[in-house]
Design a protein around this ligand. Structure first.
Ligand code: SAH
Ligand code: SF4
Length: 389
């Protein structure tokens, strides 16, 4: 492994969380409207003021009310008294030899999550966290060994995109020709946590991110990954409408119960039923089935054949993820030959079966390796057994 190219410790200006002001970041348009009215904005003007503030914050990336030059001076002063525009802080930034950037991000209360930026040809994907830790205990996932500390707020989820744009210098410059190539062109909710166990905050954050007059990422460029929280899948289609990825990882309930223990609550058949409805409800094209390749556990030819049988009729792409090993992990990555043989069977059955290239390995930025620094948040064996048993 190469050494990471750089590791910086960045300290951004810190605002105290108990300022008593309302943080604008993460409020939906409706919530912002209400907050502006509460602060004394006349109801008749509220819609227009939302539009103005929104554009400053989310289109131009402005953090200071004083710069909102199309608002009257005393209104700017009122805003500054009642509101703030605060992002989580970047604590450290590591840049891999392949350009991947991993940010350790501190949120209120001193908790930490990770956000990863993966540059690709002509596009770039930001992998965003939705919780500190996770309540679930998928046996191959490093986050699964950490307790849930808390859900992220909508502002902390949107804030991850904004701080990545800060770091990449990706806010428009007034007067400059519009640049259509976006550094962060896609978002995947595949960092720490189970997004569907933090549904409202994730939904509100994505509403902000998708808004055309702001960050303006279309719902087709957002992929939410779930371990299979079945009751929230239809809601995701209806209330967010983004692309869906599902951590499938096994072709029998017996194996999936161990790898993705939520399968004991909603088994493969129940999950597939919900997935069949998703493309119609969300008007999206296809579902991504994520499948982690674990040597000798779920990677046989029989598994590949069973997989194509199971998903028959669902518009799908199967994303094969070479297992990212972490210290103490109970599994090994399947060999390249095995992964290719598996991919071939799926491809011949008519499905796209890309093998995910591990990115940022030198900085431990790959899927499932993201971790919070809070070691006290470790799950006990008993807790893991309770989830698994
Ligand atoms: N909780 C959600 C999203 C976060 S995990 C979910 O489970 O879908 C994002 C993806 O990374 C999931 O498909 C997960 O199964 C996968 N993953 C977790 N640990 C991994 C590891 N060590 N190697 C490869 N993929 C992993
Ligand atoms: Fe949680 Fe997803 Fe990891 Fe499972 S794979 S423990 S749901 S983060």
């Amino acid at each position: 492994m190469n050494a990471p190219i750089t590791q910086d410790v960045l300290t951004l200006p810190r605002k105290l969380p108990d300022s008593g002001r309302v943080n604008i970041i993460g409020l939906t348009r409706d919530q912002l409207r209400e907050a502006l009215i509460d602060a004394g904005t006349p109801e008749k003007q509220a819609r227009m003021r939302v539009g103005q503030v929104w554009q400053w914050v989310y289109h131009w990336g402005v953090r200071d009310f004083a710069q909102m030059s199309n608002l009257a001076k005393d209104y700017r002063a009122l805003l500054a008294e009642k509101f703030e525009i605060v992002l989580p802080e970047i604590v450290t930034r590591q840049i891999s030899s392949d350009g991947t950037r991993k940010y350790l991000v501190r949120i209120a209360g001193g908790h930490e999550v990770e956000t990863v930026y993966i540059p690709e040809e002509g596009r770039g994907t930001l992998c965003v966290s939705s919780q500190v830790g996770c309540t679930l205990t998928c046996s191959f996932c490093h986050t699964g060994t950490q307790k849930l500390v808390r859900n992220l707020t909508a502002g902390e989820i949107v804030g991850q995109l904004m701080l990545a744009r800060d770091d990449l210098g990706e806010w428009p410059i007034p007067g400059a020709p519009k640049d259509e190539t976006r550094l962060v062109s896609n978002i995947v909710l595949m960092g720490m946590g189970e997004p569907l166990y933090n549904f409202d905050a994730v939904r509100d954050a994505m509403k902000v991110v998708m808004d055309n007059e702001g960050l303006s990422l279309s719902r087709r460029r957002i992929t939410l990954s779930t371990s299979g929280v079945v009751p929230e899948i239809a809601r995701t289609a209806e209330e967010i409408g983004c692309q869906l990825a599902v951590s499938f990882h096994a072709t029998t309930d017996e194996v999936r119960n161990v790898l993705v223990p939520i399968n004991k609550r909603w088994n493969i058949a129940t999950l597939l039923e919900a997935l069949r409805e998703y493309p119609r409800l969300s008007n999206s094209e296809r579902i991504t089935f994520e499948y982690v390749m674990l040597a000798g556990v779920n990677d046989s030819d029989e598994d590949a054949h069973r997989l194509v049988e199971l998903i028959r009729g669902i518009p799908a792409k199967i994303n094969l993820i070479p297992f990212n090993e972490w210290p103490g992990a109970p599994y090994k990555r399947s060999s390249n030959n095995r992964i290719h043989a598996f991919a071939d069977i799926i491809y011949k059955a008519g499905y796209a079966s890309p093998i995910r290239t591990p990115r940022g390995e030198d900085i431990m930025a790959a899927c499932g390796q993201l971790k919070s620094a809070t070691e006290r948040g470790r799950k006990s064996r008993a807790e893991i057994a309770a989830e698994v048993g």
